[in-house]
Structure formats: C-alpha cells, structure tokens
Design a protein around this ligand. Structure first.
Ligand code: GUN
Ligand code: ZN
Length: 431
C-alpha cells in the first residue's frame, strides 16, 4: 500500500445533470493505493491514524490530486505536423498529414514517434487516449507495444483508407479487413489495451470498406470504432457527391452499421437535428476537439444543443490538427468556443468532461475516471502555482470553481508536477 497526501478532486456525476452532488473535494486529503488500484480517499486527519505503520507516504500538500485526463481523439503520427501553417482540413491533409504518415511504413520510425507521443501525453497529464495510427499495420503494432511497455490504458487502431489518398497510404477493403483482424486478435483485450476499427473518414473509404469495418464490429463484441464526422464544409459537400445514396454524412456510416455506444466520431460540428437524434438514439459518441476546430477553421461545436439533444460527447485534442497535447489548453479553448455561441462552459463540467465524462464516453468508467475504490490508480499531481502568473492569480480566487476556471484558462503542461500510472510514478517534472 502507498499513501498520497494533497488536495483531492474528482467527479462522481455529471455536474450538468447533478449540479449539487457531482464533485468531491477534500482540501487536505489522503489517497490510498494498493496493487495499482484505489483503495480509499478521505480526509488526511481521519485516515492517517488507521494507516498501517510503515506505509510509504508521498506528501503533495499544496498540490491537487486528480484522476488522469482522458483524450477521446488524437493521432500519434501527426506529432511532427502539429502547428503547420495556413490550410483548412482537405488541403492540410494533402499538404502536411499524408506525406508525414508515409514515413510510418518504417517500424523503427513509428516506434520512436510512438514513444515520443506517449511521453508527451504523460507530461500533459493524459493517461488514456483513443489514438489513430496510420494505414500501416506496423505503425499500430509500434503504438501498442509502447503503450503496453508503459502499462497504459489505451485504445488504438490501424487506419483504413482505400481511396483519395497517395498510393503508399492506401489499403483495400479486403486487406484492411484482414490486417485489422490480425491486429484485433493480437491486441484487443491484451493488458490494458483495446482495439478501435479506424476508417479514416467517409471520403477515403469506399462503401465496401465501410461495410468491412461494420463486419469487424459485428464479429468482435467490445471493439471500438473511431472516425471523423462533419468537420468541415468542403468535406460535407464532397461526402454528398461521393455517397449520393446517403441522406446525409452520418448516413454513410449508418448504412454500414457503424453507429453505437462504442463508436466515437471526432468533431460532429455540422449536423442536422435528424443526425443528432440518430446519434443520441444509438448512443454514438462525439469527440469535441476545440483547438483543432479553431486552428483548421472548421467551425463551432454547439455543446448546449448536443447536450439538449442527448448526444454523448467528451473532449479530444486531435493532435496534430489540434494545437496542444494538454487537456487544460483544450478546456480553455472549449470555453471560448461556447462563448462564441453565446453559451458557457462551467469549470466543473469542463473538468468532469476531461475525467469521468471521458471515461463514460469510452465506456471505461468501471476502470478509470475517478477515485472510487477499486478503480485503476492513474492520477495526476497538479501544481496550481507552477508559473508566476498562475501563482499570483490563484491567490485572488475565493472559490474552488474560480480556481479550476483559472487552471483551465491559463494552464498547460507546466501544471503537471507528476503523473502516476497504476500507482507508479510515470512522469515527474522534477526528474
Ligand atoms: N479527417 C480525416 N482525417 C483527418 C485528420 O487526420 N485530422 C482531422 N482533424 N480531420 C480528419
Ligand atoms: Zn482527427
């Protein structure tokens, strides 16, 4: 057993639907971890006397202990194109992303980038992510190997793409099915890893390939699906041309059986009421990626409307269309997007979405997302005084909500003093 002292914050419910019971905060708390799992949380004063003598105690007084953050959508091979200038989605893909993804036919290269990406996640306090690799099975293999070495809970999959991309990045409906199947057999359910069937987006998959993705989803219960949906207006027009038989963009996926509670679509900005209804009815999840939506000029994700319509969603960074690995930066931009829509995003809802909300969106809340006993001990140590400005600004906060809002607005990787995976130190700013 190990004990960690600090201020403890986690969510038990969605603050939107449970405004008074969502958050648990213990100013001077103790977090007990045993065999990689949460044993208990509570006030330091009442728990300390019953702690077995000799239990190692890590003192993080003055810092905040929170569950690790959850990124619903990111691309590890795009680590090296983050911050590429001046294009919207389709040009950005052709000019920056596709040429870079070609390099991932080289397994050694893929392994090196996967390691760098995972280190960057840990530096930013992200402990679980849903990750695109590239079309090359070896790029997926490389990512899973690295995630397994670090004992991370991760979801990833090989991109399926059989048209409208350079020849070196295309598979076929048949080969994508066979290659995905082999990867599923090898990695899905191994250690803390799950597989996501990954058709890139409707324009780069033939209807036959989407059908192949649907077949895989039927053959392996518990599998995930990840793709992109309704991100950009030019993309929408292109999908309408490519899928004349579909009533809208979502229908291209729906006709292949790709909707459901384990299906996660990035963006979902330009959607009709009918499409939102079908997402809600099927339990399909959206990943809101605000830094990407602003950077690529894609549009504004209307959280209020989607909440009212009952669509499940949480947050993604969408590196490298997104401009930060940090979920704090993502929360800050999510707030600004809601401002532009004349709505708001309360800091409690924001931190819920980055933790328990993300876990629920991925149907992983039995394992991660908060500090209930028995959950896996992936957690972060936040230093609210990590920069001179933060330190100064935090002193002027009267309530916890105000503090959280400041962290979301000004925070980034510098906030993360340490990241623990299964109760073991995986990153420390001091090291
Ligand atoms: N749509 C299809 N592929 C991509 C991608 O790599 N990034 C983003 N943001 N959108 C996409
Ligand atoms: Zn993406």
């Amino acid at each position: 057993m190990r004990a960690f002292r600090g201020s403890i914050l986690h969510y038990l419910e969605d603050p939107h639907s449970h405004p008074d019971q969502a958050r648990e905060y213990i100013e001077d708390g103790l977090l007990l971890v045993e065999s990689g799992r949460i044993r208990a949380v509570g006030p330091y004063a009442s728990m300390m006397p019953s702690l077995p003598t000799g239990t190692p105690l890590e003192d993080y007084s003055g810092k905040l202990l929170m569950p690790g953050m959850i990124d619903l959508h990111t691309h590890y091979p795009q680590t090296e194109v983050i911050a590429s200038y001046g294009r919207q989605l389709l040009d950005w893909l052709n000019n920056y992303t596709f040429p870079t993804e070609m390099k991932f036919s080289d397994k050694a290269y893929a392994s090196a980038i996967a390691e760098r990406f995972v280190q960057e996640l840990l530096r930013n306090g992200t402990t679980t992510a849903m990750v695109f690799t590239t079309v090359h099975p070896q790029s997926t293999e490389a990512f899973f190997e690295v995630a397994e070495q670090h004992q991370l809970r991760m979801i990833a999959g090989k991109v399926m793409m059989d048209r409208h991309a350079p020849a070196g990045l295309c598979d076929t409906a048949e080969s994508s099915y066979t290659d995905s199947k082999a990867l599923i057999e090898r990695w899905h359910g191994k250690a803390r890893l799950s597989y996501a069937v990954t058709p890139r987006f409707a324009p780069t998959s033939t209807p036959e390939q989407l059908q192949a993705a649907g077949r895989l989803m039927q053959e392996y219960p518990g599998l995930y699906l990840q793709s992109h949906l309704a991100e950009n207006r030019d993309e929408l027009a292109w999908v309408a041309e490519l899928f004349p038989q579909a009533r809208d963009y979502l229908d291209a996926y729906e006709q292949a059986g790709l909707l459901g509670p384990h299906c996660v679509y990035a963006h979902g900005i330009h959607l009709s009421d009918s499409a939102c209804q079908r997402l809600a009815d099927s339990g399909t999840v959206l990943a809101h990626c605000p830094t990407s939506n602003l950077f690529l000029g894609s549009g504004l994700f209307d959280m209020s409307r989607l909440t009212d319509q009952g669509v499940r969603f949480a947050l993604g960074t969408d590196v490298g269309g997104g401009t930060s690995f940090s979920l704090f930066r993502t929360l800050g931009e999510a707030y600004k997007v809601q401002q532009l829509l004349q709505h708001s995003l309360h800091p409690d809802r924001a931190f819920y979405l980055a933790t328990l909300g993300g876990a629920r969106a991925l149907s992983l809340d039995q394992h991660i997302g908060n500090f209930l006993p028995g959950k896996e001990a992936d957690f972060i140590v936040i230093d609210p005084e990590s920069t001179p400005l933060l330190s100064f600004r935090i002193q002027h906060c009267k309530t916890l909500s105000e503090k959280l809002f400041v962290l979301a607005t000004l925070g980034d990787d510098r906030l993360i003093a340490a990241t623990y995976i299964l109760g073991q130190l995986a990153y420390s700013q001091e090291a």
